[in-house]
Design a binder for this molecule. Structure first.
Ligand code: SAH
Length: 348
């Protein structure tokens, strides 16, 4: 049986037909689901239909814990899924609105050396409804500003998980959350971040071409990248860059490269030069992030001043680059950290 939160308008129309209901009910139900309202609260439906829908599976996420940063107001959420699994999300404010960073899997199988989300491997994929539900729970939790129609204006798929390893559900989520009858968040305001699954990057060109593609590069060559990211042994850096170039050319959209600066690993001038050479001619921007220290990992970041020097080396060579703002450092902003600290507290 399908979860209600996974259903698009078409599927709800079929369901209403099967239940002997008029077609317009599908849209009403869809609107409620997008607001995170369960069948019992769908007040414009007849009681019998509410009851029938209540007997179906919901399949959403609920807020389990939240921490608010005293520094910048960033909110880190831990959501509980119906099977008891925990996933993370982060809400950050900026001058354009509010960006929600959400998860696409419980854990992650990719094994990147600096990332806390992958320490226990991938437990399971999230359904599109579980992704949607992270957005609707945050909407219910944080009232929107006067004059605005919602709180979450932008979405980044940068929580735990590799979205392109959960391709179908991720693409369906993008469709659900951008539906004009629901939250209506334009794909242009959605960033999808990947460690570099080349065939799936190319599939995005036809299946989700309006999203902003972010590629976690973190290295200027195969030697360094394979040491940090096991996926590089399957799809070496030339193939990743080739797919990014094709994406940028075919969609007309600028590709973002994420580059975490790791002390003693990838932040010398020679690395900036090598990086500029491989990115030359691609419509792209490099997002530099001093690595967030993760307790369980031996790697360390560099200072923000040094990060700006690295950015200048790239800019000198004609590559657009900036240093990403650090948000929520006091509430364990880096991937996987909150979930791990809560899980460990639960155990200890
Ligand atoms: N699997 C996807 C999305 C999740 S990770 C991906 O690999 O892109 C989101 C971003 O955070 C990625 O760029 C990832 O490399 C980065 N990241 C993970 N751990 C980090 C850390 N300790 N410090 C800084 N960035 C980190």
């Amino acid at each position: 049986m399908q979860n209600l939160t996974d259903m698009g308008l078409n599927e709800l129309e079929l369901l209403m037909r099967d239940l002997g209901q008029p077609k317009f009910r599908a849209r009403q139900v869809f609107e409620w689901i997008q607001k995170g309202v369960r069948p019992g609260g769908m007040s414009n439906l007849p009681a019998a239909l509410r009851e029938r829908l209540s007997s179906m599976l919901w399949g959403g996420a609920e807020i389990h814990t939240k921490r608010i940063s005293k520094k910048d107001g960033t909110i880190k959420y831990l959501f509980k899924l119906e099977d008891g699994n925990l996933i993370e999300g982060v809400l950050m404010s900026n001058r354009y609105g509010n960006t929600l960073c959400l998860s696409t899997q419980v854990g992650c199988a990719m094994g990147c050396a600096f990332c806390a989300s992958t320490l226990e491997g991938c437990v399971r994929n999230l359904s599109c409804g579980e992704m949607l539900s992270q957005v609707s729970e945050v909407e219910k939790d944080v009232p929107h500003e006067e004059g605005a129609s919602r709180t979450v204006t932008n979405i980044v798929l940068m929580g735990s998980g590799e979205p392109l390893a959960n391709f179908e559900q991720t693409v369906k989520f993008i469709r659900l959350v951008s539906a004009p009858e629901g939250m209506n968040i334009s794909p242009r305001n959605i960033s999808l971040s990947t460690c570099g699954l080349v065939p799936e990057i190319l599939r995005l060109i036809t299946e989700a071409q309006h999203v902003t593609l972010s590629i976690s590069l973190h290295a200027p060559n195969n030697g360094i990248r394979s040491g940090l990211m096991p996926i590089n042994r399957r799809y070496p850096i030339e193939q990743v860059i080739g797919a990014a170039r094709e994406y940028a050319e075919k969609t007309g959209r600028r590709v973002i490269f994420e580059y975490a600066l790791i002390k003693g690993v990838n932040c010398e001038r020679a690395h900036a030069e090598e990086l500029s050479d491989i990115l030359h001619g691609i419509n792209c921007h490099v997002n530099l992030i001093p690595l967030n220290h993760v307790k369980e990992r031996g790697l360390e970041g560099i200072g923000r001043k040094e990060a700006h020097v690295f950015a200048a080396w790239l800019q000198e060579r004609g590559i657009s680059a900036s240093v990403r703002r650090e948000m929520g450092a006091d509430i364990e902003g880096a991937c996987g950290q909150l979930r791990r600290s809560i899980l460990q507290n639960d155990i200890g």
